[in-house]
Design a protein around this ligand. Structure first.
Ligand SMILES: Cc1ncc(COP(=O)(O)O)c(C=O)c1O
Length: 453
């Protein structure tokens, strides 16, 4: 077997201070200066150069809830979103298992954007050809980045909610033995990365805030990888509630809904294979237009927010940190803080997968669609969207009978792709997830061994 390109272990991604110091130092240097340097693999982490989790605690003047809303920030991962983590984990596990060989295999990345960008980027760093399969109607910024990283695009018709078409196309392309798919909806490295790296980073992020525990973890699933952090959070804080968010317009988990929507990266019309529904307590719905308008308010609404009592320096600190799904997560976090009646000691954690850099076109489109966006309009929106979030459209999935709906959705989605009922049933046992999670140690060991060859 050819030499496997080097990269970090799961432990090093969680605790970058354990990376050999010379490599860590060089990785930090190239982060700002040389985006395509393979050493950037060692920058796949939630932590900054001081080994602190990149996060922001939202101003209460904006959230109008007594609980602390803490957002983990994904935009400073290499390639601009945390999805590069699962992309790397899936590729390196494939290398370790001997399923993916350099020079021999082309990598397929089915995605609605950020995972595809992550795959294109990782493949560039690790020397693989990549084909990104995604819908043809996503934000322009996404395609530009993928091309910049040198991957080919294979576009399927539609938008976010037509992701199943990308899976079908991948299924076809996989018949060529040269191709290997990094199937984020199906493969467990995505689960392992987020449970281990994101989950433990979230647990660290709340240290010193409120009661230092997590009362609620909120994430809008695309692949549901990020939601796996909830499994680890529940281990540390058994009282924690894990909440999956969906666009109101495409509420597949909550009600079987399957509409088009504007929140790129989430609401993919399925219960993904890697989604551990045992730990999903609630599903809550957010209107897609609220997420888009909320982003407009954060980006351009400093004056409106100041008139509503949010200090300008606090608004300025938020600018650029979120994309549309990040705002959706924030709205969901505030909604749940109200619904769960959380107080000043309580922490709600969520994530911003990426930053604003890939959404200017989305705000341009909003401006085109709206008659006027003056300060008085932004003030009205801010009141409606942030201050007066309703407790409507929250579905309680804790009851085993209700949970059954999620298992059935998963069967509907995955039996057609060749997974057996027995395999899907094995996911009803918590042991299934523990065993998958335990493989982190095995892969860490293997990555280290292969790195030294
Ligand atoms: C912008 C954005 N938000 C949210 C998500 C959902 O994250 P996950 O796939 O971990 O559920 C994605 C996934 O691609 C994304 O690109």
């Amino acid at each position: 077997m050819d030499r496997i390109p080097f990269g970090p272990t799961y432990t090093e991604m969680l605790n970058p201070e354990t990376i050999p110091p010379d490599i860590r130092q060089k990785a930090l240097e190239v982060k700002e200066t040389d985006e395509l340097n393979p050493l950037n693999l060692f920058n796949i982490t939630w932590k900054d150069e001081h080994n602190s989790v990149r996060k922001i605690v939202l101003p209460k003047e904006l959230t109008r809830t007594r609980a602390n809303i803490i957002v983990l920030l994904g935009k400073d991962f290499p390639s601009g979103s945390h999805k590069v983590g699962p992309a790397y984990a899936t590729l390196i596990e494939g290398c370790v298992d001997g399923n993916i060989l350099p020079g021999e295999h082309t990598i397929l990345g089915p995605s609605t954007g950020n995972f595809g960008i992550g795959v294109a980027y990782i493949c560039r760093l690790m020397g693989y050809e990549a084909v990104i399969i995604m819908p043809d109607n996503m934000s322009k910024e996404r395609y530009d980045r993928i091309r910049r990283y040198g991957a080919r695009l294979d576009l399927t018709p539609g938008t976010e909610s037509d992701v199943i078409l990308t899976l079908k196309r991948t299924y076809e392309l996989k018949k060529d033995p040269k191709n290997r798919a990094l199937a984020q909806f199906e493969l467990m490295p995505n689960y392992r990365f987020h449970r281990y790296v994101t989950g433990n980073s979230a647990i660290e992020a709340v240290k010193g805030i409120g009661n230092g525990r997590i009362a609620c973890f909120v994430s809008a699933p695309g692949s549901a990888g990020t939601l796996a952090a909830g499994d680890e959070i529940k281990k540390a804080f058994p009282e924690a509630k894990v909440v999956a968010l969906e666009p109101y317009e495409c509420s597949t988990l909550a009600t079987g809904g399957r509409g088009q929507h504007r929140i790129e990266g989430i609401g993919d019309k399925m219960c993904t294979l890697i989604h551990n529904v045992l730990n999903t307590d609630f599903v809550a719905l957010i209107h897609d237009e609220d997420a888009v308008r909320g982003l407009k308010i954060i980006q351009d609404g400093a004056e409106a927010l100041a008139e509503l009592g949010v200090p300008p320096e606090k608004t300025a600190a938020l600018k650029g940190l979120f994309g549309v799904s990040g705002i959706c997560n924030i709205l969901g976090a505030i909604k749940m803080a109200h619904y769960l009646r959380l107080g000043p000691g309580d922490n709600v954690v969520t994530v911003a997968t990426d930053g604003f850099d890939r959404y200017p076109s989305v705000l341009k489109d909003l401006e085109r669609r709206c008659l006027e966006i003056e300060t008085f309009v932004l003030k009205r929106w801010a009141r409606d969207i942030f201050f007066n979030i309703s407790e409507e459209h929250i579905y309680d999935f804790r009851d085993p009978e209700v949970k059954e709906l999620l298992f059935r959705q998963k069967e509907k989605d995955w039996l057609p792709f060749g997974y057996t009922k027995d395999y899907l049933d094995s996911m009803r046992n918590p042991e299934f997830w523990e065993e998958e999670y335990a493989k982190v140690k095995y892969y860490d060991q293997k990555i280290k061994e292969l790195r030294e060859l």
